[in-house]
Design a protein around this ligand. Structure first.
Ligand code: NAD
Length: 260
């Protein structure tokens, strides 16, 4: 089966991993509903770049902290493209801080964007996937969905939640030709990671170079950052026929981090 002509919603695809997945999917002929924040002109340039790969691409500005906007996004996508075949729940934010200083409003935001938004998109998309008898839901969790690091309480909590949600939803729709899987990347050099280097240096009282060497890549045995192109390839594999019986997994793409 070819994936060409299918439609994917990729949340948080104006940057980083989501953008890499949107580009990789478009190269495979999948129409894209982009989503995410950013400067309007930058977003339009990115949308044109994706559409230039011979697919339809629209940007939907739904705020992932707003359940009503998420439901509207899925509804618009289904009406506009005729189907919602694939959902990649990718939007995410990070804050690095000791738990006793962690700003409570940031906790709520991280839980909303990194975890609850996945429930809202999945809940809204499953009826469409059941109707058409095929669907793929891919949740971008993290190595921090499997193991912890200090100073990331909200993020680690949300990502562990995503792994539990993935397993549960997968069982519920297993007989509807819908798979639900999580990808657990190690460190990928995106704005999300670049922004936390300074905060981590402060929290651990070390230099930024030491953060990259001794914190970020310390546990990544390959000593290489994961790339967004590699994650696009893994997501495409999970959409393929070969992955029809892969469901409910949390797949590490972490340079050996969780093997040790
Ligand atoms: P990024 O900062 O480059 O991209 C985040 C995306 O989420 C952007 O498009 C942003 O606009 C969007 N976003 C943020 N708040 C939003 C909101 N309220 N509504 C809609 N969109 C919103 O980050 P990234 O590194 O590409 O991260 C993407 C996902 O991958 C996240 O879930 C992150 O936790 C996960 N992840 C990242 C890494 C890494 O090392 N970079 C590792 C593992 C997992």
């Amino acid at each position: 089966m070819t994936l060409a002509g299918k439609t994917a919603i990729v949340t948080g695809s104006t940057s980083g991993i989501g953008l890499g997945i949107a580009r990789g999917f478009a190269d495979a002929g999948i129409n894209i509903v982009m989503n995410g924040l950013g400067d309007a002109e930058d977003i339009e340039r990115t949308r044109e770049d994706i559409a230039a790969r011979n697919v339809r691409c629209v940007h939907d500005p739904a705020d992932m902290t707003r359940p009503d906007e998420i439901v509207a996004l899925v509804k618009r996508a289904a009406a506009d493209f005729g189907s919602v075949d694939i959902v990649v729940n990718n939007a995410g934010i990070q804050t690095v801080s000791p738990v006793e200083d962690f700003p409570p409003e940031r906790w709520d935001q991280i839980i909303a964007i990194n975890m609850s938004a996945t429930f809202h998109t999945t809940r809204a998309a499953i009826p469409h996937m059941k109707r058409q008898g095929w669907g793929r839901i891919i949740n971008i969790a993290s190595t921090h969905g499997l193991v912890a690091s200090p100073f990331k309480t909200a993020y680690v909590t949300a990502k562990h939640g995503i792994v539990g949600f993935t397993k549960t939803a997968a069982l519920e729709v297993a007989q509807d030709s819908i798979t639900v899987n999580a990808i657990c990347p190690g460190y990928v050099k995106t704005p999300l990671v670049e922004n936390q280097i300074a905060d981590t240096a402060k929290a651990r009282r070390i230099t930024e170079d030491e953060v990259v060497r001794d914190v970020l890549l310390a546990a990544q045995w390959t000593k290489k950052f994961v790339t967004v192109e590699q994650l696009a390839g893994v997501a495409l594999f999970l959409c393929s026929d070969a992955a029809e019986n892969i469901t409910g997994i949390a797949l590490p793409v972490d340079g050996g981090w969780t093997a040790a």
